[in-house]
Design a protein around this ligand. Structure first.
Ligand code: TYD
Ligand code: MG
Length: 468
């Protein structure tokens, strides 16, 4: 084996150095490098326990065509969770579940464990953070006290694997959390990247050899990175993040990486006093309590994976008392807002240089689609002009730097969802409505087409003339 010498490992990205540095050259983090004893460099690659041989073993090489089987899965029975994993936990796969502390990861996993155990599967829940009594108390509070989940409070990976290897291998094993685990093969303290990586490697090997689906819980730092566990992101089959605002009770489960399923699906939950409740129709939830008479709110007909999702976008444009006006955004991309504001100034004739601008996506949702440009622009123009938008209209469309409104994917699904929720018209890209004009009668609601941002500004200004 390699000679034991101290090495210096970045606790954010796992880069290894032979002397201490203030700044990690790999990820740019300051003060993230810590000394770790034990041969950390050995952990950088897969650990080989086989004796070295002079000659390699010959293995068969196969062609692309051949027999394939759909990966066998165990559905959790929680529809919103299965939607994100792609239909259930794939046997022998490893999922990393990340999220802020207190967001509800342990609650979700306890509910999934109980659902699976109640249907006769062997499920083990290993908590490294809470005592057995605490986990039991939570299960009782969730009304799951009778579920036959095997419970333990343990942090040593070798002991965990030895225990789980007894008898029939579990269908699902939960490790809550990976940051608390330690393995004897590594000498560093628990919580260091070397330990996290070593523990994850041992658990991955266990999953692959036994067919048990393993879920690793990972805590996230303030800036949204899965700290420490980031180094295992490339080793696991799926990375799922549990998001939400602790001030709101909505929780969004989102696949960031998935070797066995889609990465654009979301699952929506609501935190209640009896745990997480599934939200099968999130649009209703995100539009509840909408203030329709106030200027500055627009309903965006968005898509999350295959599911249409209607959400309210709120804007406030107010005269600024500051030399440099404020631009604040919650739930959307800051640079996307800057772009929309620049286009509104350059091509829409709006004067925003002396105004503070605030943009908020209602309900704590985070939108990543460029199709939200038009809805954001409509909310901004409405707030600046003081004209409320028609309450029965949805908006979607991507905005180019020239001010042109470009078509977006899946218009039919967006329009159908809007019609289902009682909206009677849509403001959408022109290219779409014209290209489908032959099928216009099949549109589920009246869509007015917009080709350029000036049409939007003129349309909203015209509402004032009509009203006055
Ligand atoms: P938890 O699952 O412990 O979060 P994590 O494992 O991600 O750190 O959830 C903790 C929060 O959830 C806590 O603030 C209380 C709240 N909660 C409820 O509102 N209802 C419930 O039924 C449960 C079990 C928790
Ligand atoms: Mg927890």
């Amino acid at each position: 084996m390699a000679k034991r010498h101290p090495s210096f490992v970045c606790q954010e990205c796992g880069a290894v150095y032979n002397r201490w540095k203030g700044k990690c050259e790999a990820c740019g983090g300051w003060n993230t490098i810590a000394e770790e004893t034990g041969s950390a460099s050995r952990m950088a690659g897969p650990v080989s326990t086989r004796p070295s041989r002079a000659k390699g073993r010959i293995f068969p090489l196969e062609g692309l065509s051949g027999e394939t089987k759909e990966a066998p899965r165990t559905p959790s029975g929680i529809a919103e969770l299965d939607r994100v994993t792609g239909g259930g936990f794939v046997h022998g796969s490893i999922i990393l579940l990340g999220g802020d502390p207190g967001i509800g990861k342990s609650t979700l996993l306890m509910q999934a464990s109980a659902a699976l155990a109640n249907r006769g599967h062997r499920v083990a829940y290993i908590s490294g953070e809470e005592a057995v009594a605490q986990v039991r108390l939570r299960a009782e509070r969730l009304g799951l006290g009778q579920a036959p989940v095997e419970l333990a409070s343990e942090t040593n990976v070798e002991d965990i694997i030895a225990t789980l290897s007894q008898g029939r291998p579990p269908a699902l094993a939960i490790i809550d959390s990976i940051q608390t685990m330690w393995t004897e093969t590594v000498e560093s303290a628990p919580g260091t990247v070397t330990q996290v990586r070593g523990s994850a490697q041992a658990l991955i090997r266990f999953a692959k050899t036994t067919g048990t689906a393993v879920i690793l819980v990972g805590h996230v730092t303030k800036d949204g990175q899965i700290a420490g566990p980031r180094v295992v992101e490339h080793m696991v089959d799926a990375v799922v993040s549990f998001e939400g605002d602790t001030g709101h009770h909505f929780r969004i489960l989102r696949a960031v990486k998935n070797r066995f399923g889609p990465t654009d699906e979301i699952g929506v939950f609501e935190m209640s006093d009896q745990g997480l409740r599934e939200v099968p129709n999130p649009s209703e939830l995100f539009l509840a309590g909408r203030d329709m008479a106030t200027p500055g709110t627009a309903v965006f007909a968005g898509m999350e994976g295959t599911r249409p999702l209607l959400v309210e976008i709120q804007a406030l444009v107010a005269p600024s008392s500051l030399g440099t006006p404020r631009r604040a955004v919650v739930g959307w991309d800051q640079s996307r807002l800057s772009m929309v504001l620049a286009v509104l100034e350059a091509h829409g004739g709006l004067k925003l240089g002396m105004h503070d601008v605030y943009l908020n996506v209602a309900g704590g949702l985070r939108i990543t689609e460029p199709a939200a440009d038009l809805a954001a622009a409509a909310a901004l123009v409405s707030s600046l002009s003081g004209n409320p938008l028609p309450p029965d209209t949805v908006y979607f469309g991507e905005m180019g730097l020239s001010g042109a409104i470009r078509p977006v994917a899946q218009e039919q699904a967006r329009l159908k969802e809007a019609a289902k929720l009682g909206f009677s018209s849509a403001v959408a890209p022109a290219a779409r409505v014209e290209s489908k004009s032959s099928k216009a009668e099949r549109l589920p609601l009246a869509a007015s087409s917009i080709g350029h941002i000036t049409d939007l500004v003129a349309g909203i200004a015209a509402r004032r003339r009509k009203a006055s």
